[in-house]
Write a protein that binds this ligand. Structure first.
Ligand SMILES: O=C(O)c1cc(=O)[nH]c(=O)n1[C@@H]1O[C@H](COP(=O)(O)O)[C@@H](O)[C@H]1O
Length: 280
């Protein structure tokens, strides 16, 4: 998390989401390759090349690759490796949750194995023992983002319910608090971060105050309606979070009526960075 904090200081708040659906690849570009998997990897490479100096990190959403089977997972692996070659910080958006022994295998798969990344997203629904196996890697420079208040409309179905005096998402924080407090890094953040969408403007200020020492992964920007104005209340002293945009960046070219996707992705990422900084 310290490295992510430093990346935000250096490059701004943008996290480029590589949720690359094959349908997002321009036809002209796709035609240059004999397989859809090559097209997918080359598309990701060009997006990484075009945005690496603007992006604090990349988030690779595994579902888009899993959906294509083994060959898709090879592209997931190669995409992570390519970003790592560029010394980028990579979040594996895997949203896992399972009993401790199984969680240990997920942790091994995504922190040590073929799909090795710096940070992963976790679903806290199964309780603290589904999270702790991942924390065995925090001394190896790894971290996690736990879903707290997500960006989707149905996040209110469970996360906003009261469990006693506090809402469920606050209880998730309370469940993690002692682990957070014993692992604070150089800039005041734990390797246990929080996913908090920027579509929750009513709760944003309260969430930021309540979730002490958690660095935020903030999705919902652009395609889901979140904007720069929604970010300010989720940050502290202009840092403390990265803001993800996936479709907004990958598909920026479609607004321009040409296929220069890397150029438009870069422009979109620059614009997003600027818009956020202007609000802070
Ligand atoms: O954990 C996430 O990244 C996540 C949490 C959340 O609350 N909402 C959310 O949209 N996401 C992810 O963030 C990305 C959003 O994509 P876009 O809406 O295209 O920018 C997708 O990869 C989602 O899976």
């Amino acid at each position: 998390m310290d490295r992510l904090y430093e990346a935000v200081e250096k490059k701004g708040h943008v996290c480029v989401g590589l949720d690359t659906s094959v349908d997002y690849i321009p036809e002209g570009f796709k035609k240059k390759f004999s397989s859809v998997y090559d097209a997918l990897f080359e598309f990701n490479k060009k997006i990484i090349d075009a945005t690496e100096d603007v992006a604090a990190c990349f988030k690779v959403q595994i579902a888009y690759y899993e959906a294509l089977g083994i060959e898709g997972l090879k592209v997931y692996k190669k995409t992570i490796e390519y970003a790592k070659e560029k010394e980028a910080i990579v979040i594996g958006d895997i949203k896992r949750s399972d009993i401790a022994d199984t969680a240990r295998m997920y942790a091994r798969a995504h922190f040590e194995g073929d799909f090795k990344v710096d940070l992963v997203t976790l679903n806290p629904y199964m309780g603290v023992d589904s999270i702790t196996p991942f924390l065995e890697y925090t001394d190896k420079d790894k971290g996690v983002f736990v879903l707290i208040k997500t960006s989707n409309p149905s996040s209110k179905d469970l996360q906003l319910l009261y469990a006693g005096e506090n809402r469920v998402y606050e209880r998730v924080y309370d469940m993690l608090r002692s682990l957070i407090e014993k692992s604070i890094g150089e800039y005041g953040y734990s390797p246990i971060g929080a996913v908090v969408g920027c579509t929750n403007s009513d709760e944003a200020g309260h969430i930021r105050k309540r979730l002490k020492n958690m660095f935020f992964l903030i999705p919902g920007y652009g395609a889901q309606g979140g904007g720069a104005k929604d970010i300010k209340n989720l940050l502290i002293d202009k840092n403390g979070g990265v803001v993800n945009s996936s479709r907004g960046i990958l598909l920026a070219y479609r607004k321009h009526g040409d296929e220069r996707f890397e150029l438009h992705a870069r422009e979109e990422a620059l614009k997003m960075r600027e818009e956020i900084l202007n609000e802070l």
